[in-house]
Design a protein around this ligand. Structure first.
Ligand SMILES: [Zn+2]
Length: 325
């Protein structure tokens, strides 16, 4: 994978913050918007997955796009598509044609994503859009994410340099899943596997603290994660909507003595997710747990604003989002 390094001169570290918007719709569908800013300017933004409600592209409602407009972000810097399950894959074309109209963003896709996979028309349309706009002519803005268990290296790096002091703070993307060896074994054995097995999980390590975005990583795939990334955790986007198939992750975090982090998840009502038991486990580990839920609004948004230097966090819930107490 091509590594990439971007540098940002800034005035004052004290104002540097990382805002995470966990967006979930009424019955299913999620997307996450991440924005690093210095209080005045947006420095870097990325979107994980896409979902929208409504039939036609023009009348469809895309909460991520609403937020991007509201924040005045002219174009996003990266799009990470964790896996092609429908609840993560609707409206990719609309999202990117507006939020990255010149197709300059860096795209991260799970390795093994191919036309042969059994996916819905929406997901297929999203995949076609990405290959058509980001893999055309001499342009190749796509990275196929795969992780080999023995090495975790930084795949994408941002450096913020404070002008007056010359000090630096880095933000690094480390992709932790999917595990290449595991995928290869499944494919070679011609095993039929669910699309969740492809799911990307990554850590954004800012100033030595990790923000974990777990996609729909499930089951014993967790055993291949680099444990180094489960220690200084500030934030965890709970994998697979808090299903009981994911309890291995909080168990591992407990062994690594994670405390005082913030956890968010989204609802997936067909399967009654998130599960109460999993929420309780995260509560014992993290203290503060938030979820979107069913309700009268079109969607819910959990905004977690971290001050990068002192790790204080301001939480703003809107629409169908709620806190567990
Ligand atoms: Zn999902």
């Amino acid at each position: 994978m091509n590594s990439c390094h971007q540098r940002f001169p800034i005035e004052d570290f004290r104002k540097l913050r990382f805002r995470i918007f966990t967006i979930g719709y009424v019955s299913e569908g999620e997307s996450v918007l991440g924005v690093i800013d210095d209080g005045d300017r947006h420095l870097y933004s990325f979107v994980i997955d896409s979902y929208q409600i409504g039939d036609e592209n023009d009348s469809a409602f895309n909460g991520t796009l609403e937020k991007i407009r509201e924040l005045g972000i002219s174009s996003i810097d990266a799009f990470i598509w964790t896996h092609p399950d429908t609840d993560h894959s609707v409206g990719i074309q609309k999202l990117l044609s507006e939020a990255d109209s010149e197709a300059r963003a860096k795209i991260f896709l799970p390795a093994m994503l191919s036309k042969e996979l059994d996916m819905t028309d929406e997901a297929r349309a999203g995949m076609d859009y990405l290959f058509e706009h980001y893999n055309k002519g001499k342009k190749y803005n796509m990275s196929m994410v795969v992780k080999n268990p023995s090495v975790t290296h930084c795949d994408h790096k941002l450096t913020f340099e404070e002008r007056r002091s010359g000090r630096k703070i880095t933000a690094e993307f480390y992709f932790l899943a999917p595990c290449g060896a595991r995928l290869l074994r499944n494919t070679c054995a011609n095993q039929c596997f669910g699309l969740n097995r492809l799911s990307i999980m990554f850590a954004l390590r800012i100033n030595y603290f990790d923000y974990l975005f777990c996609g729909d990583l499930m089951g014993d795939d967790v055993q291949f994660l680099d444990k180094d990334f489960l220690k200084n955790v500030s934030f965890v986007k709970i994998p697979h909507h808090g299903s009981s198939h994911t309890r291995q992750l909080p168990q591992l975090m407990k062994m690594q003595k994670v405390a005082d982090s913030i956890a968010t998840t989204t609802t997936f009502s067909k399967c009654n997710l998130p599960e109460e038991e999993i929420i309780r486990i995260y509560q014992s580990l993290c203290g503060n747990v938030y979820s979107t839920s069913e309700g009268s609004h079109k969607y819910g948004c959990i905004e977690t604003d971290f001050n990068i230097r002192d790790l204080s966090c301001n939480v703003i819930l809107s629409g169908n989002a709620k806190a567990y107490v």
